[in-house]
Design a protein around this ligand. Structure first.
Ligand SMILES: Cc1cc2nc3c(=O)[nH]c(=O)nc-3n(C[C@H](O)[C@H](O)[C@H](O)COP(=O)(O)OP(=O)(O)OC[C@H]3O[C@@H](n4cnc5c(N)ncnc54)[C@H](O)[C@@H]3O)c2cc1C
Length: 462
């Protein structure tokens, strides 16, 4: 019985539960679907996925298999490939958020096959780590303690694959909608991507060789490029599983490496985001604490556009926004500063920022993005309180004391890269520094005044 394995943001052979199950069922047709809507909404992530495909194709060919790539709406494509191949089953990983998969079962059944959805090879299956009362954790630290006490399953080895007698046609790995959406950004961002499963493993190995007890402190300094693993994009497109990273890190810890416990804790934040998203699948659109939906956020407009284009006049914020546009990534500390500036100093709705990050990040992950934006905005579970307003200049002085990061993105090679990637309509002049959109002290006072007017309601709901 020929079966389809739909590679859905799990662009690897190692530790891939859906692929293992498919291989047990019969000859496998590995399928990737390039959905135009995804390319339009998440261009950088789509580019990152497109760049992963040649390596995936080569890995499959080395095992006597192939990669079938089709473009279009997933439900329609699945029905077509089932028809073309006579496959009786489709194995795939659960989507995220999990609740949005319902229509796919019907589409696959209409084609005459069955859809089997498998867990994503996260650290733990959803529902495994719960409070004593049997409910999902809403606070990170107790979640982390409980996770650390839990046995994390060993990763699954890549299975042997049998080829079907005939192969359905493939559209090839090019993704024109992603190229069009990235426009001038594509070649600039491409230089910052190391794609493929083997590259992800190599990056992990290199990180585990260099990480030290100083990791927790060094990871806050944006100019120190190699302080962190740089694995978030590989994890986001599924070139490596969180379980694989976890177990390798534990091995390094056994061999005496420092900093591993803090690194595992970061992986746990990713897992926590997934738990939260599972419990609240609309977390990317709705405040976790519903009373925050009444906060007097400002909508989209010229200030938000200046933020997106990296011309707020606040150096650390603009440097970060430029870094993200030109590389598809932004340093974690700078993400917090840029996000905080948008929601607090400019009082703009966190969803405006979330949507922009979701367009620009090669490591875009629906759960991590939503959790972190709600954390910064103060409306999420276990969030940073709204009244704690980061001063972007103070943060810059502390974490970029020698200005290396800001200088790179505001006047160095980074500034030139940004100008090459930015749409011509932005008229970006790499060297020009605009006046600040808002006086930092005034912006802070405005945010706190708005918060005071709202706080009684928030406190009553706690
Ligand atoms: C506003 C905002 C939006 C964000 N959006 C995303 C997103 O869309 N996708 C994404 O992967 N990360 C997101 N992050 C988290 C974080 O910035 C990146 O995961 C981080 O920059 C990854 O760098 P690294 O892989 O070198 O990290 P390392 O320090 O090497 O950490 C190892 C891994 O832990 C996970 N991790 C680390 N920090 C966090 C965190 N705060 N939340 C969740 N997981 C974490 C990542 O998977 C990371 O690869 C966001 C953070 C903020 C403040």
């Amino acid at each position: 019985m020929t079966v389809i394995c739909w590679f859905r943001r799990v662009l690897r052979l190692d530790d891939h539960p859906a692929l293992v199950a498919a291989a047990q069922d019969g000859p496998v047709i590995p399928l990737v679907i390039l959905d135009g809507a995804e390319a339009r909404n998440h261009p950088a992530s789509a580019q990152r996925q497109a760049m992963a495909l040649p390596a995936l194709e080569a890995a499959l060919q080395a095992r006597g298999s192939r990669l079938v790539v089709r473009r279009g709406d997933p439900a329609t494509v699945l029905a077509q490939v089932i028809r073309d191949s006579g496959a009786l089953a489709v194995h795939a990983s659960e989507g995220m958020p999990f609740a949005r998969d319902q229509g796919l079962h019907d589409a696959v059944a209409a084609g005459g096959a069955r859809l089997h959805l498998h867990p994503l090879a996260d650290l733990v299956p959803r529902g495994r780590v719960l409070t004593k009362g049997g409910t999902p954790f809403k606070v990170f630290t107790p979640f982390w303690r409980a996770l650390r006490r839990t046995d994390i399953a060993e990763p699954l080895p890549a299975p042997r694959l049998r080829a079907p007698d005939t192969w359905p046609g493939s559209d090839g790995p090019d993704w024109p909608e992603a190229r069009a959406a990235m426009n001038r950004g594509w070649p600039v961002v491409a230089r910052h991507v190391q794609a493929g499963e083997a590259a992800a493993h190599a990056r992990l190995d290199a990180f585990l060789k260099r990480v030290t007890a100083g990791y927790a402190e060094a990871r806050d300094r944006p100019a120190k490029g190699d302080a962190t693993s740089g694995l978030s994009d590989a994890l986001a497109v599924g070139e490596i599983s969180a379980r694989r990273v976890w177990h390798r890190a534990l091995r390094a810890q056994d061999q005496g490496r420092g900093g591993i416990e803090d690194f595992l804790r970061e992986l746990a934040w990713r897992e926590f985001a997934r738990e939260l998203f599972h419990a609240a699948p609309d977390m990317d659109r709705t405040c976790w604490r519903p009373e925050w939906n009444d906060f007097p956020w400002q909508g989209d407009g010229p200030d938000a556009e200046a933020w997106r284009q990296g011309r707020t006049g606040v150096a650390m914020v603009d440097a970060g926004m430029r870094e993200m546009f030109a590389t598809g990534r932004m340093h974690n500390r700078v993400r917090m500063i840029a996000a905080s500036f948008l929601v607090k100093h400019l009082m703009i709705d966190w969803r405006v920022g979330l949507d922009w990050f979701a367009r620009c990040l090669t490591d875009w992950d629906a759960a991590s993005n939503a959790m972190n934006w709600q954390w910064v905005a103060g409306c999420g579970p276990d969030a940073s309180p709204f009244f704690r307003v980061f001063n972007p200049d103070g943060q810059a002085g502390k974490f970029d004391a020698r200005r290396l990061y800001r200088d790179h993105w505001l006047q160095g090679d980074g500034a030139r890269d940004f100008a090459r990637a930015a749409p011509r309509s932005w008229g970006s002049d790499p060297g020009r520094r605009p006046a600040p959109l808002v006086d930092l002290d005034q912006g802070r006072r405005r945010a706190l005044a708005a918060y005071r007017g709202f706080a009684r309601k928030d406190a009553a709901a706690l």
